[in-house]
Design a protein around this ligand. Sequence first.
Ligand code: TEU
Length: 569
Amino acid sequence: MRTDQDAPWWRAAVVYQVYPRSFADSDGDGVGDLAGIREHLDHLEWLGVDALWLSPFQPSPMDDNGYDISDYRAVDPIYGTLDDFDALVADAHDRGIRIVLDLVANHTSDEHPWFRQSRSASDHPRRDWYWWRRPRDGHVPGQHGAEPTNWGSFFSGSAWAWDPTSDEYYLHLFSPKQPDLNWENPAVRQAIHDVARWWLRRGVDGFRMDVINLVSKDPALPDGVVRPGEEYGDLGRSVVDGPRVHEYLAEFRREVFGDRTDVVLLVGEAPGTGLEEARRYTHPDRRELDMVFHFEHVNVDRGEFKWDLRPFSVPALRRVLATWQVGLADCWNALYWDNHDQPRVVSRFGDVTRFRDASAKALATVLHLQRGTPFVFQGDEIGMANYPFTTIEDFDDIESVNHYRRSVALGVAPEDVLVSLRAMSRDNGRTPMQWDDGPQAGFTRGRPWRPVNPDHVDVNVAAQREVPGSVLHHYRDLIRLRHEEPVVVEGTFSLLAAEHDHLFAFTREHGDTTLVVVANLSSGRVGLPDDVREACEGAALVLGERAAGVLDPWESRVLRRTRAPEGAT
Ligand code: TEU
């Protein structure tokens, strides 16, 4: 249901992220596939989501599970065929569900023909499609120190790989099998525009643009600051929100959507981007992106580095989220707790041992009722939790495994590295979807590519479908509320109990309607502060169990009040 006929569909939408490898396996090979997604559209329709964002399913050597694409215009056989894709789009559209693709355009696989050609000869016309540079003077080419800059890769080690055939290095912010495309070259940008147009013609409704804020590099390629205890320099200053990124994005929108009349969603993943820059990406007048995934709220329990664990505090989390709500009031937010790169929110910010369901529900409430488009990652809707990893052999993700190897090589105690991996590894979000309590959680009839979380016997879709009040039903209620209440979509945001240690409470206002959202994000009981109490006066409960003056551990409530029309008594 639209709240405003002129508003783009994504304002009132909830997007559901599917990580195809781990969603549903239709053919028993242990890896999820497109036909598996199609078989579960019933679940998604019942839940009420408006669009699916599919993580990459294109052909890939799978060095980074498909974020290393070797052919942009096909489907990896492990996931099916283009016919399967077309059938999925048709079936989803029949149910009113849109399809958003992951566009991985900062880099390709090193097995993509573009890169093969680029590396084949220094004078190949496609040489300049990637970042090739001479070794540093005075060093032995190929040996540590000879890299063109001191930059460290996001996946450990240098961000440069040595190519002995041409005596040059190529840049890879991620794995050496993910060489960075050179967006300075207009032919590269046109090739990416072509890819996007090709998928639009196939019926897709938008793109999630992978690390899109990293595509423009400072062409001077200056060395980065080496922080204490680090081997490599920080590349952030030269690649995050680089000099031409806004120009590239405006061009992308113009070139790809210029003559289309329907509304397409463009959401950019933007690690390291702050609020000011996010306003530039998303301000409607600038016509770049519709919304960005920033990382500030998923960094509140980390130190300077991703793997330095810090205790989570409600005030810190709330401060970040409220700042973005206010700061993007004339733009738009993308709201998320987790995705395939993050640990599970119920393990991270909730209380998975004592109040699993209540904490999953409270966290969902405060996310979904902020202003912006919520993204549900597969399994969030049943409160899926982190996996109980024991040894390093339990991990698969390239970032996690590389980090372990490098840290241990540098002398960190293996057990200490494992503590951070257990909490933060991306593998936590990649275990198979838990459909039922049967073998392999109903994900596959074969041997799953990643072990199923043993908690699936209790935590699964089938069980929660039967139970009103379950996490699953709560997600459905939140999605329905967004569709039915314009205030959820359009309302302004004001924080309540701004100094409280445990509460996340706010109002949303639109026209005559006020929505009051109150959640106790702690495992103790909490009394309602005065401003929350006042806000709740005369308001009716629309979600939650009761309106008492205290909140139970992880209790959340949503209340609604309509102002009487002027002159009414
Ligand atoms: O992620 C980019 C990103 O910045 C991080 O979330 C990344 O996963 C890593 O944890 C940094 O420490 C995107 C994709 O979502 C991710 O799966 C890919 O591995 C990455 O880009 C490269 O394509």
